[in-house]
Design a protein. Structure first.
Length: 226
């Protein structure tokens, strides 16, 4: 989550809105099928889990309206987006469980939103209070990185330099990554390409491509694409 100076309620001030059992039991196989067909997920079981996280995100935005909860996972966001495209079913879902339509918002919360933006720790706390468990690993896009995953560059103006036997990726004077020199060609590729597949990273193969890609997603240099 985006860091903010605003302080949210202390843990003992949080109270969970009871989660409707029918909400937890709700299934939308048509969304799961779409996620599988557009290759957002590798299996339908993964699609079911992804949709469940999108549902839980919607519940949290409903249960804690005083907080601005960023959608930090592009894959969970894609599940939400695909659900919205089934207009009638999504509208009925929102009306039934929330009493009003929940609009799909961009991943980045608008700067005009006056509410404090929850950090990841605060989001995790709200999630734990509501569902009795920590957020799924599906919220961490780097854990979804495989050789056939598309990645998009989050930053422009990247430069690569060799320093002391290390390849250094920077933007301006800020160092974003410092890795083994043999990954220099891969970093230069990242700096040049807006969107690419992990398997396309040059100068590395297999496991090393994955290690570098996951590290750059964690660092916010890259983001996982559906």
């Amino acid at each position: 989550m985006t860091m903010t100076a605003a302080v949210l309620l202390a843990p003992d001030a949080l109270s969970a809105l009871p989660v409707d059992p029918d909400f937890l039991a709700y299934r939308a196989e048509f969304v799961v099928e779409k996620l599988f067909m557009n290759k957002t997920v590798a299996t339908r079981q993964e699609g079911e889990r992804l949709l469940e996280e999108a549902k839980r995100y919607l519940w949290l935005t409903h249960a804690y309206p005083e907080r601005s909860l960023s959608m930090i996972s592009l894959r969970v966001d894609e599940a939400w987006h695909q659900f919205v495209l089934f207009t009638v079913a999504y509208t009925d879902f929102c009306q039934h469980f929330f009493g009003h339509y929940l609009h799909h918002l961009p991943a980045n919360i608008s700067a005009s939103d006056p509410r404090p933006v929850a950090t990841w720790d605060e989001f995790s706390e709200l999630y734990q209070v509501s569902f009795g468990e920590a957020p799924s690993s599906l919220w961490h896009d780097d854990q979804t990185v495989i050789l056939t995953r598309r990645l998009a560059r989050n930053r422009d103006g990247l430069t690569v330099a060799l320093t002391g036997g290390r390849a250094v990726l920077s933007v301006g004077e800020r160092v974003l990554a410092r890795v083994d020199a043999r990954a220099a060609d891969a970093l230069a590729f990242v700096a040049d390409k807006a969107i690419f597949y992990v398997r396309e990273l040059p100068g590395l193969v297999g496991a090393d491509q994955l290690i570098l890609a996951k590290a750059l997603v964690r660092a916010g240099v890259l983001r996982a694409m559906p």
